[in-house]
Design a protein around this ligand. Structure first.
Ligand SMILES: *[C@@H]1O[C@H](CO)[C@@H](O)[C@H](O)[C@H]1NC(C)=O
Ligand SMILES: *[C@@H]1O[C@H](CO)[C@@H](O)[C@H](O)[C@H]1NC(C)=O
Length: 318
C-alpha cells in the first residue's frame, strides 16, 4: 500500500518535475523585455524617422505579433504585424502608406518602425507592443516633430502712431517660435504682441508689428528663433530717411496748408480775371444791343411812314 503510494508519488513527482522543467524552459524562452529609447525621438517634418524598439534577449520576433499604436487615442493603430504579415486594414488613415517594419531585422528581435515623411500631427507618444501566445510586453516612445519655418518677410505699412510701422511674418514653424525686433546694434525694440496662427498642416504662422523711429542707419532686423530646435532665421530691412521726415505730422500739416493756400491763390486770381473779362464783354454787348434796338425802332417808324403814304395814295386813286 505504502509502496504503491510511494510508486505513484515517485512517478507523479517525476512527471511534475518534468512538466515544471518544461514550463520554466518555455517561459524563459517566451519571456522577453521590449525596449525603446530613453530620450524622445526628434524628427524634422518632411523627413523619415525610425522609432527604435527591440527585444531583450534578442529572440526572433518573426513568429510574434508586433503592434505600434498611439498612446491616449481612441482608434490608435499605426502599424500591425501578425501571422507573418502586415495587417494594416484598421490603421489610422494619416499613416497610410508611410509605415514599415524592418522585416529582415525581425529575426534579431528588432521591431523598430520606420515612418516616412513625418508631419507635425505625428507628434506624441507611441507604444510598441510585442505579443507571443502567452506573453506580451510594451514600451513607450516619445516622438517630437519639429518644423523649421520660412525666412521672415518684412512689410512696411508706412506712417502710423508717430513712426514707421513694420510687420514681420514667418510661416511653417513647430513648435511656436519667438519673434524679436532689433535695431542695427542688436538691441531689442519694444514691439506689439506676437500673433500666432496654425495652418492646415498644424504649423505656426507668426506675425509681429513694430513702430520704429529714425536711427543712424535706419536698419531694422526681424529675428525668428526656435530655441529647442536651435534654429534662427532673420531678415534685415532698410528704411529711407525721407520716409521718417514725411512721417512727421507738423510737416504734413504744413505741406497741406501750403498747398491749399497755393491752390486758393491761383484759383482766386483766375476767377477775378475771368470776372473782369466777363464784365467787359457784357459792357460791349449792352452797347451793341442798344444800337441794334435803335436801328430796329427807326426801321419800324420808317416803314409806318411809307405804308401810310401808300395808303393815302391808294385812297386818292380810287
Ligand atoms: C543577439 O545578441 C548577442 C549578444 O547579446 C549577439 O552576439 C548576437 O549577434 C545577437 N543576435 C542577433 C541575431 O542579432
Ligand atoms: C533595427 O534595424 C534598423 C534598420 O536596419 C536599424 O537602423 C536599427 O539600428 C536597429 N536597431 C537595433 C536595436 O538593432
Amino acid at each position: 500500500m505504502t509502496g504503491s503510494v510511494m510508486n505513484i508519488s515517485w512517478s507523479e513527482c517525476l512527471r511534475l518535475i518534468l512538466l515544471l522543467l518544461q514550463l520554466t524552459t518555455v517561459s524563459t524562452q517566451e519571456r522577453f523585455e521590449v525596449l525603446g529609447p530613453v530620450d524622445p525621438v526628434v524628427a524634422v517634418a518632411g523627413e523619415d524617422v525610425v522609432l527604435p524598439c527591440y527585444l531583450k534577449p534578442n529572440i526572433s520576433a518573426v513568429d510574434l505579433s508586433v503592434e505600434w499604436f498611439r498612446a491616449q487615442t481612441d482608434d490608435p493603430l499605426v502599424h500591425l504585424y501578425r501571422d507573418h504579415e502586415d495587417r494594416n486594414e484598421n490603421q489610422l488613415p494619416s499613416y497610410r502608406g508611410r509605415t514599415s517594419l524592418f522585416l529582415e531585422q525581425l529575426k534579431n528581435g528588432n521591431t523598430s518602425l520606420k515612418v516616412k515623411n513625418v508631419r507635425v500631427s505625428d507628434n506624441g507618444e507611441y507604444k510598441c507592443l510585442v505579443q507571443s501566445e502567452n506573453f506580451f510586453e510594451d514600451s513607450s516612445i516619445q516622438v517630437s516633430i519639429k518644423a523649421v519655418g520660412t525666412q521672415p518677410v518684412i512689410s512696411n505699412e508706412g506712417y502710423k502712431e508717430g513712426g514707421i510701422s513694420l510687420v514681420c511674418e514667418s510661416k511653417g514653424w513647430y513648435p511656436q517660435p519667438q519673434v524679436v525686433w532689433m535695431d542695427s546694434e542688436g538691441h531689442s525694440l519694444p514691439a506689439g504682441h506676437t500673433e500666432m496662427h496654425r495652418d492646415s498642416m498644424d504649423h505656426y504662422i507668426v506675425r509681429r508689428r513694430v513702430i520704429v523711429q529714425e536711427t543712424e542707419n535706419n536698419r531694422f532686423t526681424c529675428r525668428v528663433l526656435q530655441q529647442q530646435l536651435n534654429e534662427m532665421k532673420e531678415t534685415i530691412t532698410y528704411i529711407p530717411g525721407e520716409m521718417f521726415h514725411r512721417a512727421h505730422p507738423w510737416k504734413v500739416t504744413f505741406a497741406v496748408i501750403f498747398s491749399l493756400a497755393a491752390v486758393c491763390i491761383i484759383g482766386c486770381t483766375v476767377l477775378i480775371h475771368r470776372f473782369v473779362k466777363l464784365r467787359k464783354k457784357r459792357g460791349i454787348l449792352a452797347s451793341y444791343c442798344s444800337h441794334l434796338w435803335f436801328f430796329f425802332m427807326l426801321k419800324k417808324k420808317l416803314k409806318n411812314i411809307v405804308e401810310k403814304q401808300y395808303y393815302v395814295k391808294m385812297t386818292l386813286y380810287h
